[in-house]
Design a protein around this ligand. Structure first.
Ligand code: ADE
Length: 232
């Protein structure tokens, strides 16, 4: 079964966007994953194709209507494999992690609801059992870029997509830590040299140096990750 991303958006032209290039794009054209994009406006009930309305209780902005979002989700679910999770991209969501990305990549795919406006009627989140996911503590103008990020992170883990499976095992977050630094030619770059140990040919010493780098870097840049790693 092919891993399938089903995106619900009022900007279908944003897809595949950058996912049509590079690794993900090649894999998409080779049918190693699939992308369905549904225009939420197709589920609108009026001739203006409006999907939002003013917030109950007043205030700024507009809110996506529950009934229209629900119709779009129900249609997406009909076309997706059973057990496909529905995710709503929102800065209020649970932060996306590499562990969650791995789980999603192992599954049948994801239905991704992209918000715009102030948000979406809370009742649809409850009624359709939707998981709210954030890609970081900053606010985008909509969920589309977040959906692209999530899909990219999943697709590169699919079998046969990344090509060099070895590099996945060593990369950042493979075990919840940051990756060691990399070097290549030239040997001298603007007076900066490559750490001597990497030129020594001593594989044991190189592995030890890289491990030390992983730990030092994680401790200094991401104390939160280091604490989590120690507690495992
Ligand atoms: N939509 C707007 N901001 C977002 C964020 N940080 N993560 C996910 N979806 C979003």
């Amino acid at each position: 079964m092919t891993w399938r991303a089903t995106v619900l958006t009022i900007f279908p032209e944003m897809f595949p966007g950058p996912l049509g290039a590079s690794l993900a794009g090649k894999a998409l054209s080779e049918n190693k994953w699939a992308l369905d994009v549904l225009d939420i406006r197709d589920f609108a009930k009026d001739k203006h194709r409006s999907v939002d309305d003013t917030p109950a209780g007043g205030g700024a902005g507009m809110v996506m209507r529950a009934d229209i979002a629900a119709s779009a989700i129900d249609t997406a679910r009909e076309g997706a494999a059973p057990e496909t999770p529905t995710l709503y991209l929102s800065p209020r969501g649970k932060p996306l992690t590499q562990d969650r990305v791995r789980e999603l990549a192992r599954g049948p795919g994801a239905i991704l609801l992209c918000g715009r406006f102030e948000g979406i009627d809370e009742r649809v989140i409850e009624a359709r059992n939707i998981e709210e996911v954030s890609i970081g503590d900053y606010v985008l103008s909509g969920g589309e870029l977040a959906a692209l990020v999530l899909i990219d992170a999943c697709v590169r883990l699919l079998p046969g997509v990344a090509g060099n499976e070895g590099s996945l095992a060593e990369e950042s977050f493979a075990e919840g830590l940051l990756e060691y630094p990399h070097y290549t030619r030239p040997r001298d770059f603007e007076g900066l040299s490559i750490p001597e140990v990497l030129l020594s040919g001593d594989h044991k010493a190189i592995a030890k140096w890289r491990r030390e780098q992983v730990e030092t870097l994680t401790k200094s840049r991401r104390a939160d990750l280091w604490e989590k790693f120690k507690r495992r």
